[in-house]
Design a protein around this ligand. Sequence first.
Ligand SMILES: Nc1ncnc2c1ncn2[C@@H]1O[C@H](COP(=O)(O)OP(=O)(O)OP(=O)(O)O)[C@@H](O)[C@H]1O
Ligand SMILES: [Mg+2]
Length: 334
Amino acid sequence: MRIGLSYDLKETIPLKPASSDDALEEYDSLETVEIIAAAVEAAGHSVVCLGGGQQFLANILYEKVDLVFNIAEGRGTHRSREAQVPAVLEMLDMPYSGSDPQCLAICLDKPLTKKLVASAGVCTPQWRLITDSHELYQIANCGFSFPAMVKPAYEGSSKGVRLNSVVENPEQAIEVVAGLLELYQQPVMLEEFIVGDEVTVGIINNSPPEVLGMMRVLPRKKTAYFVYSLEVKRNYLELVDYECPAALDEKVLRGIENASLNAFQALGCRDFARVDFRISSEGVPYFLEINPLPGLGTYSDLVIMAQMMKRTHQELICAVLNAALKRYPQCVRV
Ligand SMILES: Nc1ncnc2c1ncn2[C@@H]1O[C@H](COP(=O)(O)OP(=O)(O)OP(=O)(O)O)[C@@H](O)[C@H]1O
Ligand SMILES: [Mg+2]
């Protein structure tokens, strides 16, 4: 089969002068594109590199492919950016891997996603959304206690989640929120901070989706409030240990598994996703966010998790590709 690969390379993204220093964090490296292409080729397919942005538009109209394996993060700072490539593919009636535009657009909006998972019975920390200076000065009336977490509402890859993201009082919160409003040009969340284990869950397949692994992220240096921040993700080899399967109580693990699958289905995710939780001291999994387009590079959490569950990178890529192909029986030649 001819598999198109859509992606956004860091070096192809134009930066605005006042961009944050993590503006390119979610975009992929050439190395990631190459190992995904190699995995698809090793499964017996040929790969057509389509790229992203305008280059993708030109290529997709010209090249003939059977299915697009999509890892494109999309352009701009719009909360629907991850939906751009899948929306074009739907317009052209072309098969592609992963979730549909509606799911991708919703899941990049953390508050909207939390409302939907909460209505499906999944616990999520309380939060307030701050969109302007009026709401900024209402922070003291947020209705939950400090410490609290401050983060941009429409980001991933820990963009804007830094060492100063845990705030101890309203004054500190106002300062950090004001900084993020200015730098990221989008609403900012103030969220109840959940002290407890950090667990990320990989999901793969459809009808039914299955848990690939549950991985606990353990800080090497104990601090009062661990945050899997940008600084930690950039230096993960020195700062954290990964434990997969997570060595937690069986009942707690079942709770995390149920919450993950429940969120995946409630949001209409497809093929694969990664869901982040903090587990309270009572063993309750608190949903933080879901990534329907999780990183597939060598150093991404899903790949590390898969390898700890004895699956190679190539097997993971093929599992995602096969989950997608099963949804398009017309693509599978017998
Ligand atoms: N309410 C919270 N309570 C405790 N820790 C939190 C909370 N919200 C975020 N964090 C910490 O910040 C990290 C990053 O937050 P979050 O997962 O929302 O950001 P992200 O940028 O979407 O992440 P990803 O890199 O997975 O896309 C979490 O993994 C967790 O360590
Ligand atoms: Mg996360």
